[in-house]
Design a protein around this ligand. Structure first.
Ligand code: ZN
Length: 138
């Protein structure tokens, strides 16, 4: 069995953003040489997400509005977590959007549904953060 591991680094200047990382994941798959197997991609931080959905700007705006309703950033003193930090909302948003995705690898391709794309969701930006890509198979 082959195994491949890579860390992708991001430094998002804004507090929140959604970034389509499908091209970088595709590069990892090509570099791995794996044709049949499984790909895991996870955020290595507890205030960021990796998720699969549509690359459609209206939907991304809807996520932003919905997440801000669920867990507004301000007032920051509404959260017990915000003693020394101001990122409690980012932990909650990440929980909703998820930590990781698993994608089947078939005939050397990401075996997606029609509109599926992989996104990095940043909820507490302004610093360097990592995403792990792990691929196993033959
Ligand atoms: Zn925190």
């Amino acid at each position: 069995m082959k195994s491949y591991r890579k860390e992708l680094w991001f430094n998002v200047p804004t507090r929140r953003a959604f970034i389509n990382i499908t091209p970088q994941i595709q590069e990892c798959l090509t570099a791995s040489g794996i044709k049949e197997g499984l790909l895991l991609c996870n955020a290595m931080h507890i205030t960021a997400s990796v998720f699969i959905n549509d690359d459609e700007s209206g939907l991304h705006h809807d996520y932003e509005v919905w997440l801000e309703k669920l867990a507004p950033h301000e007032p920051v003193n509404q959260y017990r977590h915000n003693g020394y930090e101001d990122n409690a909302d980012a932990h909650l948003k990440r929980q909703v959007m998820g930590r990781e995705v698993v994608v089947a690898i078939t005939e050397g391709q990401l075996d997606f549904g029609t509109w599926e794309q992989i996104f990095y969701g940043e909820f507490d930006g302004g610093r360097k953060k990592r995403v792990l890509v792990k691929i196993i198979g033959e």
